[in-house]
Design a protein around this ligand. Structure first.
Ligand code: URA
Length: 407
């Protein structure tokens, strides 16, 4: 039976919901082996999935675990997701910004596996910050201050988690139907009413071309429509890291600077765009009206105050965010114009300094990371500092040419 299902997909036939359920639930229950699921996932990568197969798979992922009910919290709950990027600390900026506009943000976030930490790792780098909240605590905090970011209380879409771990090691991560069902199952299981998704495209992202990003966008919107959950997407570039800081505590510090109005550029622009879409969805107003409100709350300091209120409520101390690590400055070995800052190379570097984890058990050094000191297009003189490395590892190694292109 399992072999028939694999060969049906390999021969480009559409699968029924029952067939998808047999193989995927069989995998969750350890009846289908890793090698069988690997062959099947590769057949999907090569031969794609129809819309009805994607809807069925999303449903199977959702029903493999718990589904949160956030209806006890007043207002439209809008969630945000990013397909993953280097230096992406937008949640730390966007969540308080949106909450300061009166749209509740109740976000279950994850730890990172791979080159950089996830939102929960970033928040945990704030001394005292508590990420494991009970359902009672989440409810009380949501009612009191309208913003909660916590690690998952329930087992949301466990089948996606198991399949994703296999995709990661079998070169099957970049299948658009698999990405779409993976993201949407988690967001729907997380109880969101409406969803904003940041699709990253570029050398440091899962998707490399605009066409792929557009196809993912339309599929995410279709799945949303199927579940009566409005979805809006942003397609954003990930050829270069987002902002200047990569690494957990360093990213919190940068997010605070953006909230203080001290940093302009792509990180601010993307944060405003995501927040605008969330506020527009949450309040049922136009994006023009939402942008005005979002910008107003950033400029007046309301968003920063909401961030500080949120961190304090979860017992964090932002007055104690100094970086406890050695600093190594990376200097340009020639003069010229800075042509490229390679996101993937910076991510790998940051991980090698201690900011990411290779396996679930690895401990993160919250102080580790990279601060980029120059912008693309800058005139560089030999000896100029391109980046500062923060680490507790002695004499870190670094391949300059992989990360910075000067010509
Ligand atoms: N993010 C997800 O949650 N799942 C994917 O498959 C890709 C990005």
């Amino acid at each position: 039976m399992i072999l028939d299902i694999i060969s049906k997909k390999a021969n480009k036939y559409e699968l029924t919901r029952e067939e998808l359920e047999t193989i995927f639930m069989g995998y969750l229950n350890d009846e289908v082996k890793d090698y069988q699921m690997s062959a099947f996932l590769m057949a999907i990568c090569i031969n794609d999935m129809s819309d009805s197969e994607v809807f069925a798979l999303t449903d199977i992922f959702i029903k493999s675990g718990d589904v949160l009910d956030l209806s006890f919290i007043d207002g439209v709950k809008v969630d945000k997701h990013s397909t993953g990027g280097v230096g992406d600390k937008t949640t730390l900026i966007v969540a308080p910004l949106v909450a300061s506009c009166g749209v509740p943000v109740i976000k279950m976030s994850g730890r990172g596996l791979g080159y950089t930490g996830g939102t929960i790792d970033k928040l945990e780098s704030i001394p005292g910050f508590i990420v494991n909240l009970s359902e009672e605590e989440i409810t009380k905090q949501a009612k009191d201050i309208g913003i909660v970011i916590t690690s998952q209380t329930k087992d949301l879409a466990p089948l996606d988690k198991k399949v994703y771990a296999l995709r990661d090691v079998t070169a099957t991560t970049n299948s658009i139907p698999l990405i779409a069902s993976s993201i949407m199952s988690k967001k729907i299981a997380g109880g969101a009413d409406k969803i904003v998704i940041d699709i990253k495209v570029g050398s440091g992202a899962l998707l490399k071309t605009q066409e792929e990003a557009e196809r993912l966008s339309s599929l995410l919107i279709k799945i949303g429509t199927y579940y009566q959950k409005e979805v809006r997407t942003v397609i954003s570039n990930m050829d270069v890291p987002l902002g200047y800081n990569v690494g957990n505590k360093l990213e919190v510090l940068e997010a605070i600077e953006v909230l203080k109005g001290n940093e302009q550029g792509k990180l601010l622009d993307l944060s405003l765009d995501l927040a605008t879409k969330m506020v527009s969805l949450g309040k049922g107003i136009t994006e023009k009206e939402a942008l005005k409100e979002v910008k107003g709350n950033l400029e007046s300091g309301k968003a920063l105050n909401k961030f500080l209120e949120f961190v304090k409520y979860q017992h964090g101390d932002v007055n104690n965010l100094s970086i406890d690590a050695k600093v190594y400055n990376i200097k340009a070995n020639k003069s010229g114009v800075l042509k490229d800052i390679n996101a993937l190379a910076i991510a790998k570097l940051s991980e090698s300094l201690g900011a990411g984890r290779k396996s679930k058990e690895d401990k993160i050094d919250y102080n580790a990371g990279v601060v980029i000191r120059k912008n693309i297009g800058d005139e560089i003189k030999e000896g100029d500092v391109l980046a500062s490395l923060y680490t507790n590892i002695e004499n870190p190694t670094f391949n300059l040419d992989k990360a910075f292109e000067i010509s």
